[in-house]
Design a binder for this molecule. Structure first.
Ligand code: GRF
Length: 197
């Protein structure tokens, strides 16, 4: 039997963080096997990348709400994740708030990456919030997911300085480069038992 952690990845967007996790699994630096990639957006980049990496990819209907899953959708996500054998769930740009039954089903096993140094700038377009505010450093945070919005225990942070000519877009790019190092590294430490929650 494999001693690798079974990991599912949920995302709604282009999937660059998924790619960094998949590469780290492939080169052995992340002791995990990605058993499912699921998205609430049909044809999302993350699903295409999952297929490129030969990982099971599924679009799962999110239901009628814009920012959360309805009860049926939540049950469908939980069922798919259980069926995949996932032990941990990594959110990588999943644009819906997970609550209730989902978090109970994977209690203390859901992590997220957020593009700011939490608790500063929770919520949407955190890089733009930071840029507009005029901070001189920002970055990204890997944290546990709880019932709040970007409020769970912080596992790791990466710092990105804001430079003179940064636009929100160039700042976002550099934050993402940092994310691609921080996320696999942090999950590796977590799965190796090097982080206490
Ligand atoms: C990342 O910037 C992450 O911090 C945020 O959503 C974005 C996802 O980007 N939660 P990608 O789809 O992984 O490229």
């Amino acid at each position: 039997m494999s001693d690798k952690t079974k990991l599912a990845v949920l995302g709604s967007g282009k999937g660059s963080n998924f790619v960094s996790l998949a590469k780290a699994c492939a080169d052995g630096s992340l002791p995990a096997e990605i058993v499912l990639v699921a998205s609430d957006i049909e044809g999302a980049g993350i699903l295409e990348h999952a297929t490129e990496f030969n990982r099971p990819a599924r679009f799962i209907e999110p239901g009628p709400f814009r920012t959360k899953l309805d009860r049926n959708a939540e049950a469908a996500y939980v069922a798919a994740l259980r069926e995949s054998g996932a032990e941990w769930v990594a959110l990588a740009g999943f644009m819906r708030i997970l609550k209730g039954d989902f978090l109970r089903a994977f209690e203390k096993k859901v992590v997220n990456i957020h593009p700011s140094l939490l608790p500063a700038f929770p919520g949407l377009e955190a890089w733009k919030q930071a840029h507009d505010y005029g901070v001189k450093v920002t970055g990204c945070t890997v944290h546990m997911v709880d019932h709040g919005i970007d409020t769970g225990s912080i596992l790791a942070q990466g710092v990105v300085p804001v430079i003179e000519d940064d636009t929100a877009a160039t700042l976002h790019q550099r934050i993402q480069q940092e994310e691609h190092k921080l996320y696999p590294r942090t999950l590796a430490r977590l799965f190796n038992g090097e982080i206490r929650i």
